[in-house]
Write a protein that binds this ligand. Sequence first.
Ligand SMILES: C[S@@+](CC[C@H](N)C(=O)[O-])C[C@H]1O[C@@H](n2cnc3c(N)ncnc32)[C@H](O)[C@@H]1O
Length: 196
Amino acid sequence: MTSSEVPFSQAAENNKGPILQVLQQHCQAPGTLLEIGAGTGQHAAWLSAQLPHLQWQPSDVPDNLPAIRHWLSQTPNPARPPLALDVTGEWPAGPFDYLFTANTFHIMAQPLVARCIAEGCLRLNEGGRFMVYGPFNYDGQFTSDSNRQFNGWLKAADPQRGIRDKEWIEQEFARHGRQCLADHEMPANNRVLVFG
Ligand SMILES: C[S@@+](CC[C@H](N)C(=O)[O-])C[C@H]1O[C@@H](n2cnc3c(N)ncnc32)[C@H](O)[C@@H]1O
């Protein structure tokens, strides 16, 4: 992969520090962490290096794996080689102590988000934590004008995309016996929801 082909996310650079603070709080015990929709791999490369007590397993759809491999190769880090995981397909057996996903619930169609929650919860150890970063709505309301505009942009690209309601996400987790343990405010009108 040449340098001009390497995907880069400025947002991932901006939010990795605030996300680390939340993970440090909720991932204190050593364990395995499955990252779903790892994207460029920037989070996996940096966060896994800051949290070396975790066995960090990045995953994404097959097309994204070369970029993730590239990012992981650029810095010393303990992340495992990326795994091909389309949430609609076969999932790794697990179990995992932690699940983490960033900026995926507004990209996946709603039934895929439900599947992601269901399959993830099945593979989450008792006492495990499922952490979801992204923008969310509350009581059907956008939390900012910029999130409203972002949602319009998402829908124009694909009507199946869109910012999800926190209450709906909570309901889906509740169907699998998990409740929302924490809801952290993040910069740029994002949140981290922690389920367990
Ligand atoms: C906006 S990107 C976020 C990437 C990264 N987590 C971040 O925060 O920078 C959305 C990610 O969701 C992944 N994704 C979309 N549909 C998926 C699916 N069906 N299964 C697994 N990952 C999926 C995409 O491949 C992409 O990496």
